[in-house]
Design a protein around this ligand. Sequence first.
Ligand code: SF4
Length: 194
Amino acid sequence: MEQVTRRRFLGLGVAGTGAVGLSALGFDVAAASQVKQALRLDGTTIKHSVCPYCAVGCSILAYTKQSDSGHTELVQIEGDPDSPVNEGTLCPKGASSLQLAMSRRRVPTPLYRAPGQTDWQRVSWDFTLDKLAQNIKASRDRTFVTQDANGNVVNRCEGIAFAGGAAFSSEEGYLAAKLMRGLGVVHLEQQARV
Ligand code: SF4
């Protein structure tokens, strides 16, 4: 990424806007912020997406850039002004969604704590998916109910609950609901209300 010195930053500000007015302190903070933002987004590509956090479904613009190593880097997320849903605005949670992808505190791999242990260990996705499948099978076998107290056939699994989220697309929500209902799960909930 281009290194921007203070001299170059100020030069771009004057040349780029032609209207950097000086405050009493000799520095127009608002105009400088605009220049800084323009520099940051220079050369980026805009992708349209939807905030993953809640069912309001605000539209977002994601600015991406190719890094020197060839990776696509997410540079900024902001509300899409063309959206009839949010008209360019985002709530504080949506406005911080960049952190969802970029935060250094994000957990990069599944973590597993074996029964009786206190420490978490990093495990592979293969391990995690196998473990999930084994545990779902064991819970379903253990808690499946074929008849209720009155003798009615119910064929339901009472030992598993499923909670989806607004990050699901309609298709993912449909798939998850089908899978869970196929297993007989009746405690089923998600924001998309599939
Ligand atoms: S920006 Fe806020 S209100 Fe909009 S979808 Fe995201 S979390 Fe919901």
